[in-house]
Design a protein around this ligand. Structure first.
Ligand code: ADP
Length: 254
């Protein structure tokens, strides 16, 4: 399958009054349609900068970036962005939160609203549609944030440490659950995480970045033999410890 995302020699620096910070240097990699890619690297190395470039919020200083729609066109590929916190608005009901993107983009069409209804049903949130976000559990909030993102029908989902606000135990199940739901949609996903076990259990491929300025240290394809279909199956796969050690070695090598 060909790449629907292609980054070639991307570089980026921040210019402030106190000087220049080179964040990214010569970043190249490709992502296939439907692929789940995790990006790991030391704190402050440039991961969020890279995601902002993919989301077209920042323009790279050098290199090229190509993102195709699944129909092969390069026009307006829709990017869904999920951040560290769910950013649900407390004064709006769950329903008015998940339809917020549609409202802002003037896309409240009957078809799109029917899609939202279907997602609410499928993600077990329909009975909470009139509740406030504070009445939902951490996992339910993440599901609502995911519906809000999927409502705009993006072809690529970018997730910047989306589970880091959750406690460890909740995070284990919520991350597996959310990624299972995204897999079902067939969408392409790029996720930043500092949790190596999370990266191995969720991704088809891990991009390992060096310390700042970030460059690609290695690309590691992940193939796990899943012992069962439980949420935590990936972590019980026989290959898991091998990948963990490899990842650790690459990350810590100079
Ligand atoms: P990561 O996501 O890997 O923690 P970031 O992409 O957030 O790293 O940041 C990379 C580097 O760029 C850091 O040194 C950070 O301090 C710097 N940086 C990030 N945003 C800005 C900004 N708006 N202005 C100046 N420097 C920035």
């Amino acid at each position: 399958m060909k790449n629907i995302i292609e980054l070639q020699n991307i570089s980026y620096s921040y210019h402030t009054l106190s000087g220049e910070t080179i964040a990214l240097k010569d970043i190249s990699f490709g992502v296939k349609e439907g692929e789940f890619v995790a990006i790991v690297g030391p704190s402050g190395c440039g991961k969020s900068t890279l995601l902002s470039i993919l989301a077209r919020q920042l323009t790279p200083e050098g290199g090229s970036i190509r993102i195709e729609n699944p129909d092969g066109s390069l026009k307006y590929p829709r990017i869904g962005y999920m951040l560290q916190r769910d950013h649900l608005l407390e004064w709006r009901s769950v329903y008015r939160n998940v339809t917020l993107g549609l409202e802002i983009n003037h896309m409240m069409t009957p078809e799109r609203l029917a899609h939202v209804d279907q997602l609410l049903e499928e993600y077990d949130l329909n009975k909470f549609r009139d509740k406030r976000p504070c009445e939902l559990s951490g996992g339910m909030k993440q599901r609502a944030a995911l519906i809000r993102t999927l409502a705009l029908d993006p072809s690529v989902l970018l997730l910047d440490e989306p589970f880091s606000a959750l406690d460890y135990q909740t995070r284990l199940t919520v991350s597996a659950d959310i990624c299972r739901l995204i897999r079902k949609t067939g969408k392409t996903m790029i996720i930043i995480t500092h949790d190596l076990a999370e990266a191995i259990s969720l991704a088809d491929k891990i991009i390992i970045l060096s310390k700042r300025p970030a460059r690609v240290k290695a690309e590691m394809p992940i193939h796990l033999t899943l012992p069962d279909d439980s949420l935590l199956a990936a972590r019980n796969a026989p290959e898991f410890p091998y990948y963990f050690n490899q990842l650790w070695e690459v990350l810590t090598s100079e």
